[in-house]
Design a protein around this ligand. Structure first.
Ligand code: SF4
Length: 224
């Protein structure tokens, strides 16, 4: 509907746009409030204290509007001690060699939301290596985070995280094909641990080709 100069229509459009912006703004604030409460609850969680035999230290990093949500298996002992995720040789390889970004970019909370299927270091197994992460954690916390964090893409690091979301799929197939998770694009990576030598020898196409495609997408999302 317009008058002879088109003013009524313009006003209606403007009003509709304005209402929509206010509604978006309100839902963003509501989501942010819910997310902050969730983050507080996660940081205070001690549910696995008896299982671990020490006080758990839940690790999560990033803001509710971070562009990329990276999900791995569980924090290492070093991360447990420092409170800083991927603060080790695996993290160096991940952000420098694979993502091609600086430490400042990786630890920018508006860029990356860094979390794990289990939020705490699960302790050392008697036979060596870390214990399996407690299964309860993802259902208790991670799935809620995935609903509240407004990321654009997911990156799953390692077989444990890949199996959690895609239990019927072959791990290597998941790595070499684009995936979707929670309605968003998702990329699966092998674990960047320096001990993970054989997989890379068996799959040279990962470093020759596949990681370049994923890196391109990360840089596009970060507007590099
Ligand atoms: S692993 Fe998860 S459920 Fe267990 S104490 Fe840590 S945050 Fe809580």
């Amino acid at each position: 509907m317009t008058d002879h100069k088109g003013r009524i229509s313009d006003n209606k459009c403007w009003t509709a746009d304005h209402k929509s912006q206010i509604s978006d703004h309100k839902s963003r604030i509501f989501r942010e409030i819910k997310y902050r409460e969730l983050r507080r609850q996660i940081r205070e969680c001690r549910a696995c204290e008896e299982l671990f035999g020490y006080e758990p230290r839940p690790i999560l990093f990033g803001n509710a509007d971070a562009r990329i949500m990276q999900i791995s298996q569980a924090p290492s002992r070093r991360v447990h001690e420092t409170g800083k995720p991927f603060n080790d040789a695996s993290g160096q390889k991940l952000r420098h060699d694979w993502y091609g970004i600086t430490d400042e970019e990786f630890y920018n909370p508006d860029f990356f939301y860094i979390v794990s299927v289990a939020h705490c270091f699960p302790g050392k197994a008697s036979g060596g290596g870390d214990r399996k992460p407690p299964k309860v954690c993802a259902g208790k916390w991670l799935l809620q985070e995935m609903e509240l964090v407004n990321n654009e893409i997911y990156i799953l690091v390692g077989k444990y995280a890949a199996d959690f979301f895609f239990p019927k799929s072959n791990f290597t197939d998941l790595i070499f094909e684009d995936q979707r998770l929670n309605g968003k694009p998702a990329y699966v990576l092998p674990h960047p641990s320096p001990l993970n030598v054989k997989w890379f020898l068996d799959h040279p196409a990962f470093e020759e080709k596949r990681i370049k495609e994923i890196r391109y997408e990360i840089h596009r999302i970060l507007n590099k």
